[in-house]
Design a protein around this ligand. Structure first.
Ligand code: GDP
Ligand code: MG
Length: 163
């Protein structure tokens, strides 16, 4: 069994864009509309020296428990629960939100290893973004731009060090 790494975060932070950038496929549904990824998408990341893992693109956790959004959130939680490692993706442009805090609380309860990925770092002050999210108290923080393929090598190094 290959190790499983799940992308988790609220809608529109760039999980599917990051999934595509890391898997170099277009299998994940990417769209401006929040919450468009209804299901989980799986992609295999093949890396140097035969190291590989399966990346799971979950739908956003929208904070609702009913209807389609609730179903998507359930899928996202299921994706995280079966993962060996969670990449908690947040939006470096918007900064921390209440929903991020809720997801963080839930992730803490699952006791999964979590890396904080601050996406959309293109065009924002990286130090300010890092300071904003320092309150989350997560030891490993990776600033990236999925859209501009920045910070992905460092992210992959951190992932592989934990599998
Ligand atoms: P998801 O809902 O978390 O899967 O988010 P998506 O991957 O669908 O992306 C939501 C929006 O953010 C889209 O308009 C993307 O083009 C945009 N986006 C994703 N990554 C980046 C990034 O690194 N920088 C910027 N500026 N925009 C991004
Ligand atoms: Mg998505």
């Amino acid at each position: 069994m290959l190790p499983l790494v799940a992308l988790v975060g609220r809608p529109n932070v760039g999980k599917s864009t990051l999934f595509n950038a890391l898997t170099r496929t277009r299998d994940a549904l990417v769209h401006d509309q929040p919450g468009v990824t209804r299901d989980r998408h799986y992609g295999v990341c093949r890396l140097i020296e035969g190291r590989e893992f399966v990346l799971v693109d979950t739908g956003g956790i929208a904070g609702e428990d009913e209807g389609l959004a609730g179903l998507t959130a359930q899928q996202a939680r299921a994706g995280a629960e079966e993962a060996d490692l969670v990449l908690f993706v947040v939006d470096g442009r918007e900064g921390p939100s209440g929903l991020d805090q809720d997801i963080l609380g839930w992730l803490r309860r699952t006791a999964k290893p979590v890396l904080l990925v601050i996406n959309k770092i293109d065009g924002v002050d990286e130090d300010a973004a890092l300071a904003d999210f320092a309150r989350f108290g997560l030891p490993v923080v990776l600033p990236v731009s999925a859209a501009h393929r920045q910070g992905l090598d460092d992210l992959l190094d951190e992932v592989l060090a934990r599998l």
